[in-house]
Design a protein around this ligand. Structure first.
Ligand code: CTP
Length: 426
């Protein structure tokens, strides 16, 4: 019996896939089809896959062409599979020509002509595109505009590097967009978000979304009335490593959490046309605190150093919870090690600098032999995943759970207290 194997994502199964499977089957007597897992696809940079693994497997099964379906989960698995299933022929479409020649050491490799004129990417892109306008700081807007290219179904309709558009200007700017990414100066966020929502645009806004809780709640209400998505933009929340780290902590890997310490600093120029330290770094540093310990802290103390021009060079905030404490250090005029440490009764999580765009972390224990290292792919600093989540949230009209509203509100509360001078000057 000649056994054949082939692999693919098989998203939105189309005639190209079916023709490939038919010809693969005709090469032998028994066909094994490897369908890629979501995690594996993500590590290969394939982030736009529409259907779940189970839906894709079901679609392949329904063709009746596969004798056996397996899941492809890791790099190098093909060699394992060829040995395990005693495969005679490995086959794949000609778009991979030459790339699997190394498998000739294990079985015969055959590249089949790819069917012209159809692909999962094309089908995904054909579905109505969401037109995204981007407005605000060049550093952020440029990154978002660039990263949007990797998100099927999202296209940049307009870009403005102006920070201070008034209502009419912004309305005009938004006329050709369905959604907007706002990275203007934080003092304009509330007005800009409100204008966009009132023009029925979905909004992705850099944190903090407003400078007070009352303003934030008003924005939420407008968004709900208008049936628009309002999402806080904090890229770290969308990175795989960060999401997995939270899961491990919640699953008890380090026992009960007693402390969260996060530091985010940089040395950058500050003036009235730039972000201050607390707005630029505060939300990112607070994210793990609120994700892990919640937002119902008992009290907090804010220590800030202002220079003679009134710039907040450095801030340390201590949060006290009923059974834990947390501390964040942020600054644009002080440099420190940008690490994240979460301390628990069994061990601790250590995320090296810069932890907010990490692809790696360690869980460490008393006995170093028990330590574990975790590595996850991170593309485009997490912005790509964030844009994808924003697009999916708009399409599904369901709240996104990576960025909880309670976190956004808690960010605004801290910023509000900061501006109300509820702090200790150092
Ligand atoms: N394939 C094909 N003809 C097509 C599309 C895909 O022969 N028009 C083959 C691929 O070469 C591969 C298998 O089908 O052997 C699974 O491909 P997959 O990557 O899942 O499909 P694509 O349509 O290429 O997906 P994407 O656009 O996401 O890359």
């Amino acid at each position: 019996m000649i056994k054949v194997i082939t692999y693919g994502t098989f998203d939105l199964l189309h005639r190209g896939h079916i023709r490939l499977l038919e010809r693969a089957r005709a090469l032998g007597d028994y066909l094994v089809v490897g369908v890629t897992s979501d995690d594996y696809d993500k590590t290969r940079g394939k982030i736009n896959v529409r259907q779940s693994l189970m839906e894709r497997i079901e679609a392949v099964r329904a063709t009746g062409l596969a004798d056996e379906i397996i899941i492809e989960e890791y790099e190098g698995q093909k060699i394992d599979d060829i040995r395990r299933y005693e495969i005679d022929i490995f086959t794949v479409g000609s778009d991979w020509f030459g790339q699997f020649d190394y498998l000739n050491d294990y079985c015969k490799v055959i590249y089949l002509e790819r069917t012209e004129g159809v692909s999962s990417s094309d089908i995904r892109a054909e579905q109505r595109k969401i037109r995204l306008g981007c407005v605000g700081a060049a550093l952020l807007v440029d990154k978002f505009a660039h990263e949007s290219k990797y998100v099927n179904g999202l296209e940049i309709s307009d870009v403005s590097l102006r920070n201070d558009m008034d209502k009419q200007e912004l309305e005009r700017f938004l006329s050709a967009s369905d959604a907007v990414y706002i990275a203007s100066l934080p003092k304009y966020h509330y007005e800009h978000v409100k204008t966009a929502l009132q023009a029925d645009k979905h909004v992705l806004c850099e944190s903090p979304m407003a400078l007070s809780v009352a303003q934030y709640k008003e924005l939420l209400e407008i968004a709900a009335d208008r049936n628009c998505i309002l999402m806080d933009s904090c890229k770290t929340a969308f990175s795989t490593a960060y999401a997995r780290l939270l899961l491990l902590i919640k699953a008890g890997k380090i026992g009960d959490v007693f402390a969260v310490d996060a530091t985010c600093t940089s040395i950058r120029e500050m003036n009235e046309d730039t972000w201050n330290s607390i707005c630029e770094w505060g939300p990112t540093a607070m994210l793990p605190v609120f994700d892990i310990l919640g937002t119902a802290y008992l009290n907090k103390t804010i220590y800030t150093h202002f220079d003679e021009d009134g710039n907040d060079l450095f801030t340390k905030i201590d949060f006290c919870y009923p059974h834990a404490v947390a501390s964040i250090k942020v600054g644009k005029g002080v440099k420190s090690e940008g690490e994240l440490i979460v301390s628990g009764t069994k061990g601790y999580v250590y995320v090296p600098a810069p932890w907010w765009k990490t692809d790696y972390f360690e869980v460490r224990y008393e006995n170093p032999a028990d330590n574990k290292r975790y590595y996850y792919q991170l593309e485009g600093e997490g912005i790509r995943y964030e844009l994808l989540a924003f697009k999916k949230t708009i399409e599904n009209q369901k709240k996104n759970f990576c960025m909880a509203e309670r976190n956004s509100e808690a960010f605004c509360k801290v910023i509000e207290d900061f501006y109300a001078d509820k702090l200790i000057k150092i």
